[in-house]
Design a protein around this ligand. Structure first.
Ligand SMILES: Nc1ncnc2c1ncn2[C@@H]1O[C@H](COP(=O)(O)OP(=O)(O)O)[C@@H](O)[C@H]1O
Ligand SMILES: [Mg+2]
Length: 224
């Protein structure tokens, strides 16, 4: 079976003030269904840049990047958003929830970008909030939640459109150790039970222990 993530010879540069800065150099990466790949590296090494490429947010790169059967270079904006909506769930360090919406409304947001009957969305949101342990807080708003609870809601939101791949950028960076561990337990059950593939980028060593594979990044390359 084709891997969910298949990257060969990925190069990425940023141009600013007429200067070209190479951030990713000849990266190869592959991740199968249900794998939890942890990409470790210090701040500034290119982790977020890599996730932006894998998630179809940045297509200005060289090399072959195939994610969930889609070749990412050459897709137009419409193709890219269709790809993101149907295949990818994004998780961020600062959760990126909307404070004036309830947990249920936050989790429902991705459905506005696709055509989905409202009734089935409401049922799916309820099911997902239960899945992440937030059923009793569906009507609360983010300012009244702990960091761990906010990340659970963000995970429910990321799951709404049934992603194949979850891309997580420092997902436990704002959480204490015990809370981080409970979020990692949730990731673990998602990959085992739902066979979701996870690519988590972080500088926190303890996340590596929960991964099925660890890759270390330095100077835009993966170390052997
Ligand atoms: N849009 C951009 N334009 C120019 N340089 C950028 C841009 N985004 C990131 N960079 C640079 O690329 C390098 C890698 O950034 P990033 O991927 O955010 O690293 P990390 O997530 O590992 O901290 C950094 O040196 C950063 O300053
Ligand atoms: Mg980053």
């Amino acid at each position: 079976m084709e891997p969910v993530v298949s990257v060969t010879g990925l190069h990425k540069s940023y141009r600013s003030d007429g200067l070209e800065k190479e951030v990713l150099r000849c990266l190869d990466l592959s991740a199968g269904q249900g794998e939890f790949v942890c990409v470790m590296g210090v701040s500034g090494c290119g982790k977020t840049t890599l996730l932006n490429v894998l998630g179809g947010l940045d297509t200005d790169f060289a090399g072959d990047v195939r994610v969930a059967g889609t070749m990412l270079r050459g897709l137009d904006d419409r193709g890219l958003s269709a790809f993101r909506n149907s295949k990818i769930g994004f998780i961020f360090q600062h959760f990126n929830l909307l404070d004036h919406l309830t947990c249920a409304e936050n989790a429902m947001l991705p459905s506005y970008f696709v055509r989905d009957p409202a009734a089935s969305v409401a049922a799916r949101v309820a099911e997902l909030l239960a899945r992440v342990g937030m059923a009793d807080k569906a009507g609360r708003r983010p300012p009244s939640l702990s960091g761990g609870e906010k990340q659970r809601v963000a995970i429910a939101r990321a799951l709404l459109l049934k992603p194949v791949l979850m891309l997580c950028d420092e997902p436990t960076g704002d959480l204490d150790y015990a809370t981080a561990d409970s979020i990692l337990d949730l990731f673990d059950s998602l990959r085992r039970e739902e066979k979701i593939t996870l690519v988590v980028v972080t500088h926190e060593e303890h996340l590596a222990r929960r991964a099925t594979r660890v890759v270390r990044m330095q100077g835009g390359r993966f170390e052997e």
